[in-house]
Design a protein around this ligand. Sequence first.
Ligand SMILES: C[S@@+](CC[C@H](N)C(=O)[O-])C[C@H]1O[C@@H](n2cnc3c(N)ncnc32)[C@H](O)[C@@H]1O
Length: 342
Amino acid sequence: MKLWGRMLWTLLSSPRGRRGGTWSWAFSSWQPPSPLAGELSATALVSHWTKIFEKRGIPEAQESSEYIVAHVLGAKTFQSLKPVFWNKPLTPQQVHCIQELCSRRLQRMPVQYILGEWDFRGLNLKMTPPVFIPRPETEELVEWVLEEVAQRPPVAGTQGRPLILEVGCGSGAISLSLLNQLPESQVIAVDKEEAAIHLTRDNAQRLQLQDRIRIISLDVTSEGSWTHLLPWAPLDLVISNPPYVFHQDMEQLAPEIFSYEDPGALDGGEEGMDVITSILTLAPRLLKDSGSIFLEVDPRHPALVSNWLQSRPDLSLHLVTVRRDLCGRPRFLHVQKSRPQV
Ligand SMILES: C[S@@+](CC[C@H](N)C(=O)[O-])C[C@H]1O[C@@H](n2cnc3c(N)ncnc32)[C@H](O)[C@@H]1O
């Protein structure tokens, strides 16, 4: 289920996609042709809707129709459908349901919201708008953290069971993958949005991971927010995929993003640093000595964060590593709390 997510991360679209632009009028008067129920197989419906999507300029036309048809037939992907279903005529209800879901796609709703679920590192997560849809790049961030945790020198009684804080948990994708991979870890997951808090809670229960996660409603930019987290200190690590889009870039987000996802999950302020600097300010008060912060950022952020940290020696943090994503862009940061001088 990766292709769509990777496209989605290409956040910027053509100006035609902007709110108030020209794409929205196209659907108000248009009714999709209704294929005759019983005469259409899954394969024929995929090709029918792919052509409509292409004609209407819907990105990833074929993937979109394949996911929707497969979903209605109870499969995750079209390729995983049993061949017997490929050419079998569908029931009128199935055809109607596909039509219903495809009309949402025509209104640029992301496939993840249409299906109501999506996979992240092999975990099936419920997805509800406007909570941020996890992107494949974030799977790389989680992978990196798991590698680092595995390499840590043994600390009496804590090896392999770190206490982790996630800032901005959204659907719970990061926290729940870490809990799933680190069976003795515990996570404190915070988000300022109630919709995200509810979705993380739902997903934790769905995956039977609710016993090792504390989910807290908190705005980390608010004065003294760190005091609410003190009861769980000292922490081993802090992880976050914060809102980091530069405010002036918000205008250029793809219609799928700006019409359906919470802007507060994306807009990081003038230089995309508002939540990043709040995390870097609160983390040293909560982390153990040598504790780590892992962040997903914009490629412009490594330099900005490095300069900002130099201007704040009082935080005793240093940038250890900048990691590139699969496309070669510097997208992930490892910042560490310095050991006190002896
Ligand atoms: C880019 S999304 C990441 C969601 C999820 N961690 C993921 O990777 O799919 C950023 C999340 O941070 C939350 N957020 C934004 N500002 C925040 C703040 N000041 N305090 C706490 N959470 C915040 C948003 O509500 C959103 O859920």
